[in-house]
Design a protein around this ligand. Structure first.
Ligand code: GYE
Length: 333
């Protein structure tokens, strides 16, 4: 698959194409009018950002980072839209940014497939596209100039390794709360986790369903798991919010989260780190949502016609219960 090959090339510096540079300069709100008038709006880079939604604490922190960074003081005129986790809404938002002839389009694709047509339209209009957070599975990687975000396979792998080494010393049953079906983080975190536990026959995934990255759906799916299985040892939730929903379901069933049923998750948002410090979660692999500064830098370079890195992988930490207690006071999100 193109995306996987592309990913294995890690950080490759490539030049932004002349086409994109040209498109940026000829667009409606030109980045540099040369009239020397600072701060009158003409100098601003107009950027359309099509966000996934507001499904999780991670997303809230990500949106805040983008809105706090792409400000007029920092040289941007940000047009922001929330797709409520629907691909058709995101496509509509991107089409409207193309019609407005913005300088740059950025978005976090809710699912991996189905973007080629709208990305081709943006390319034909000479508007560069920057992917943030999630990948697309397009074969043609000239449809976007850069992709900024975490390595989700690696995140799932790190969780699986921790489970295998710390809990898989005896026979354990795992249930999995998957993220949004068809999204890059759900596909990749599942793959990484499965790969990491593959060599340990003590670890068995007995059930796996989507909770769509939300607390409410995580809770509902966990209630179903608890009704269907009386031998669950570990919950692997693809994000903190679904893990937090699982806590509610486990407590309602009269069991102790973190003790009777262990919970491992990905994200590391404040509520997740608090649950970890309180002993209700057992391990979190962080996923850094603060993508605003990298996005601002790449957007400025692209508009200036400079070369940009095709793939920027953000750094993620990992925390056990003691680590969470130490890190919590200084957490930014
Ligand atoms: O882990 C989850 C959010 O795409 C990395 O989306 C993001 C994921 C994040 O809903 O909480």
């Amino acid at each position: 698959m193109a995306r996987k090959n592309f990913r294995s090339t890690a950080v490759a510096a490539v030049a932004a194409t002349a086409l994109f540079a040209l498109g940026a300069c000829s667009s409606g709100s030109s980045a540099n009018t040369g009239d020397g008038a600072e701060g009158n709006g003409d100098d601003l880079i107009t950027i359309g950002f099509a966000q996934v939604g507001a499904e999780s604490g991670w997303r809230t922190a990500n949106t805040k980072s983008i809105q706090d960074t792409l400000t007029t003081e920092n040289g941007f005129d940000l047009k922001f839209s929330d797709a409520q986790q629907k691909q058709e809404n995101q496509i509509q938002a991107i089409r409207s940014y193309i019609a407005q002839n913005v300088d740059v389009i950025a978005f976090s694709p809710v699912v991996e497939s189905g973007w080629d047509a709208v990305l081709q339209d943006a390319k034909d209009a000479g508007i560069p596209v920057i992917l943030t957070d999630r990948a697309v599975d397009s074969e043609d990687d000239s449809l976007y100039v850069s992709f900024i975000g975490s390595d989700f396979v690696e995140e799932g792998h790190r969780v699986g390794e921790w489970v295998s080494e710390n809990l898989g010393t005896e026979s354990i049953n795992v249930v999995e709360l998957q993220g949004t079906t068809g999204s890059a983080p759900a596909i990749d975190r599942k793959e990484g986790f499965e790969d990491a536990i593959a060599g340990n026959s003590n670890v068995t995934v007995i059930d796996s369903q989507t909770g769509n990255f939300t607390r409410a759906e995580g809770k509902t799916v966990m209630e179903g798991f608890l009704q269907a299985h009386d031998d669950i040892d570990v919950v692997f939730a693809h994000n903190d919010d679904m893990g937090l929903g699982a806590i509610e379901a486990i407590e309602a069933a009269g069991k102790k989260p973190g003790v009777d049923i262990k919970i491992v998750t990905i994200d590391g948002v404040k509520d997740g780190m608090t649950a970890l410090a309180d002993g209700k979660f057992n391990y979190i692999v962080e996923c850094n949502p603060l993508l605003g500064p990298d996005l601002a830098e790449i957007a400025k370079k692209v508009v200036a016609g400079e070369s940009v890195e095709k793939r920027i992988v953000t750094h993620d930490d990992a925390f056990d219960q003691e680590g969470a207690k130490a890190a919590l006071p200084n957490r930014q999100y």
